[in-house]
Design a protein around this ligand. Structure first.
Ligand code: FAD
Length: 432
């Protein structure tokens, strides 16, 4: 039995790893020419920007490739407690604390290169897939620029630029328009030398509708700092070095000050196609046998929430329990993929409603969500236990239901009686 995976990004590599447990032959087709070294490449332009690996995603990857954390740390990645990141939210510094959750801080090219080295599937690079090959209503392979590759199962993991809806349409299979929530966030990233004492991660978070600017500085391999500026609601950081520096200077926290002794070593790179987008492939009538889709092909998240790689990892695990790839079985698989992405989608797309333009008047549920999140922001500044609970949910270790219980409600009620402006002033005086 042979499985062909389109795309050698994180979703494709992890899917290939798990498919290798049941398929005799697993082939990954990647359009880029690949190097054995951690380098940015054209097919993954987002690799130039900060990639936070959530705790749950890291756990899954370490489970699939035992020893991966150690290998990456030896190659220059950092391991820290997820609760010890220094984060400035709109009301002040969050109440950092130990959580016992290990957080791997690593650049995207380094992570991907090490996963690729560990995957035993055959990886064929420089191979652009141009379409699907059909035998009646079954997908029996893919078409490439050089010919055709046959398969018992085709997995589309070609990411946000996937042509799957068009390929299906060409076969007379209609795909509903995707849902989209666009926070109009722009990224700009530059790499600097790292002053010795610089923390592993310093972040200043955005929050709709008032705090449109933020950033993250992350220590990466080679004693470097990856500095990503983020601007939502169309307030994008610029590419020119002076404009980029001006954007960092305009942040509320100390990122610019901390970087005073750091030297830039690259130009500034931009990325602005950050809308969250989700295809309901599970609702497609006449979905063919022998074809499934995972990762960004199905659901792209606003990257500020750092969910994409972890959702891809959760979806890869679905191949362990699911072995029926008849037309019905494939639809069932897509339902499981949709269910996997549902919680993270709700978290990020709800939080982004505040960035939508004025034609999108928020309904009562959205207004309640916004109010609830404001109470959380206050509690995160004051209460280490609340911060610990929040970290577990944001890192997809616990489900969002863990934030809906009487203890949490009582604490939120207590903090909601506090004046946020006073909290902000006090917390700003007291960075942790
Ligand atoms: C700016 C930015 C920052 C991000 N930050 C984070 C973060 O902090 N944390 C996080 O978890 N996620 C982050 N993400 C999302 C993350 O990059 C993806 O969700 C994750 O990598 C899973 O993507 P994927 O493997 O589905 O697609 P990709 O990583 O995009 O890989 C798709 C692969 O398919 C190949 N390909 C495409 N078309 C073809 C074809 N026709 N034939 C052959 N090969 C093809 C591409 O070359 C590429 O290698 C960020 C995204 C962006 C844009």
């Amino acid at each position: 039995m042979k499985a062909v995976v389109i795309g050698g990004g994180i979703a494709g590599l992890l899917a290939a790893r798990v498919l290798g447990e049941t398929y005799d032959d697993v082939v990954v087709l990647e359009r880029d020419k690949l190097s054995d070294q951690p380098e940015c490449r054209a097919g993954v332009p987002q690799g130039r920007h900060v990639h936070g690996l959530l705790v749950r995603g890291g756990e899954i990857m370490e489970g699939l490739f035992p020893g991966l954390y150690d290998e990456l740390v030896q190659a220059g990645a950092h391991l820290m407690d997820a609760g010890e990141m220094r984060i400035l939210n709109p009301l002040g510094w969050v109440a950092s604390t130990t959580t016992g959750l290990p957080l791997l801080v690593v650049s995207r090219p380094l992570l991907e290169t090490h996963i690729r080295r560990r995957v035993t599937a055959k990886i064929v690079d420089d191979t652009h897939v141009t379409g699907l090959s059909f035998d009646g209503s079954t997908v029996d392979g893919v078409l490439t620029r050089n010919g055709r590759v046959d398969a018992d199962l085709v997995v589309d993991a070609s990411g946000r630029s996937s042509k799957l809806p068009a390929w299906l349409a060409a076969a007379g299979i209609e795909v509903p328009e995707p849902s989209e929530v666009d926070s109009r966030t722009g990224y700009a990233t530059r790499i600097y030398t790292a002053p010795e004492e610089f923390p592993v991660v310093v972040a200043e978070s955005l929050a709709s509708p008032d705090t449109s600017r933020g950033g993250i500085v992350m220590r990466i391999e080679g004693e470097r700092l990856m500095v990503t500026a983020q601007g939502a609601g169309g307030d994008h950081p610029p590419r020119d070095p002076e404009g980029f520096q001006g954007f960092l200077d305009s942040l509320r926290g100390p990122i610019a000050e901390l970087l005073a002794d750091a030297e830039p070593v690259t130009p500034v790179y931009l990325f602005a196609r950050t809308a969250s987008r989700r295809y309901a492939f599970e609702q497609v009538q006449k979905w063919p046998a022998g074809l499934v889709a995972v990762g960004d092909t199905v659901c792209v998240f606003n990257p500020v929430y750092g969910q994409g790689m972890t959702v891809a990892a959760l979806e890869a695990l679905l191949f362990r329990q699911h072995h029926d790839f008849s037309a019905k079985g494939c639809q069932e698989f897509q339902r499981k993929v949709a269910k996997t992405a549902q919680g993270p989608w709700a978290l990020s797309s709800n939080a982004d409603q505040g960035w939508l333009d004025s034609t999108h008047e928020p309904g009562p549920v959205m207004r309640a969500f916004g109010w609830y999140m404001k109470k959380w922001q206050v509690s995160l500044v004051h209460d280490q236990d609340m911060f610990r609970r929040f970290v577990r949910v944001v890192h997809l270790v616990d489900s969002p239901a863990a934030l809906l219980n009487p203890v949490v409600f009582r604490r939120l009620a207590k903090y909601s009686r506090q004046d946020p402006r006073r909290a902000r002033r006090r917390a700003a005086r007291n960075p942790r």
